[in-house]
Write a protein of this length. Structure first.
Length: 104
């Protein structure tokens, strides 16, 4: 089951990078530059969310056992949540762009 989840997560990461790559098509001319930017955006978004959520939960005084359980998981749950939000971000951006252009 863990292998299946890892494969599913990896497929979602690849699709998100592909979408970000296509969204950056018009911003830069070099193909390798666009891929590097797409990967950097994904990692930056996920990392920023992870740090923000960890600091927020620490600031609120929520015990660490709830949001950072012992490592019997393959990944930290908070890190997986941050990565999932970062994976879904370009699709949400495309959806918002679609609805804004539809109104005009």
């Amino acid at each position: 089951m863990k292998i299946g989840l890892c494969i599913l997560l990896l497929a979602a990461i690849v699709l998100s990078i592909r979408t970000r790559f296509k969204m950056n098509r018009w911003r830069s001319s070099e193909s390798s530059d666009r891929l590097a930017k797409a990967i950097a955006q994904l990692v930056g978004t996920a990392g920023g969310l992870y740090l923000s959520l960890e600091l927020l939960l620490t600031f609120l005084g929520i015990p660490e056992k709830y949001w950072d359980p012992p490592s019997f998981y393959l990944f930290k749950p908070l890190a997986v949540f941050s990565l999932l939000v970062a994976i879904l971000q370009p699709y949400g951006q495309k959806l918002i762009h679609y609805y804004r252009n539809r109104r005009m």
